[in-house]
Design a protein around this ligand. Sequence first.
Ligand code: PLP
Length: 287
Amino acid sequence: MSRIAYVNGRYVPHRDAVVHIEDRGYQFADGVYEVCEVARGNIVDMTRHLDRLGRSLGELSIAWPMTRGAMEHVLAEVVRRNRVRNGLVYLQVTRGVAPRDHFFPAKPVRPAMVVTSKRSDPVALNARAEKGIEVITVPENRWDRVDIKTVGLLPNVLAKQKAREAGAAEAWFVDPDGTVKEGGSTNAWIVTRDGVLVTRPAEHGILRGITRTTLFEVARKLGLRIEERGFTVDEAKSAREAFITAATVVVMPVVKIDGSAIANGHPGSIALSLRAAFFDVAEKRPA
Ligand code: PLP
């Protein structure tokens, strides 16, 4: 079956889906995006993802390309047309198409919008979670507005590639004082010896992950305590467990940091129980 993409008002075959060469997303990374998990035919946490999209658009003074209701319809339609039961739906909005000039277009242009969806293999993802992943650490080198989910991801791309070349799956950005910020495309967590979940506050310096937000509710349901505070690489290495969260991986145990094993080197039971309970707690919107 051929894939279908939504591009500026039309549903087109994925291989024919194109945007203009003067789309400001292409030239300036002047745009924002969201990725929602699709699980068992449902779009997961769509309300929170669209709330965050609205915030990102607002921070960059980009207008909504359509009403929120219409956007929800397009997301569901792209998932349906691609017959995705488990996977992801990707939404990107840029400031639009205008002659190349750093200034915003003098005459406002219509924001450009693209939506794609692709399948993932839940069995393979669960198998990965049963094994856990390795992360490396890299110095923080991003701008200080990483709270906005922009398509300007070059530092993240380079950090993740470095991780891959080191045989790891994620890179954690670390501040000069040794505190962990977040991964290239995930939020970072540890579990202390006392079983307390620790994650860095999201007021600034990291993206407020939607999976992170929903995990607060999952933790409450499981009777687990969360502390929002910074933690260092050293603290993470001697933690009881470590894990990452994102719509792409939900909860994924971390078993090694910079080559040093966390606890016994196997996924922690708390991370796995959070992973198992996530879908029940998250919002599910049938596509
Ligand atoms: N941090 C960064 C830098 C990300 O790019 C992402 C997701 O893409 C996350 C955290 C996790 O966010 P979410 O849980 O909304 O997927």
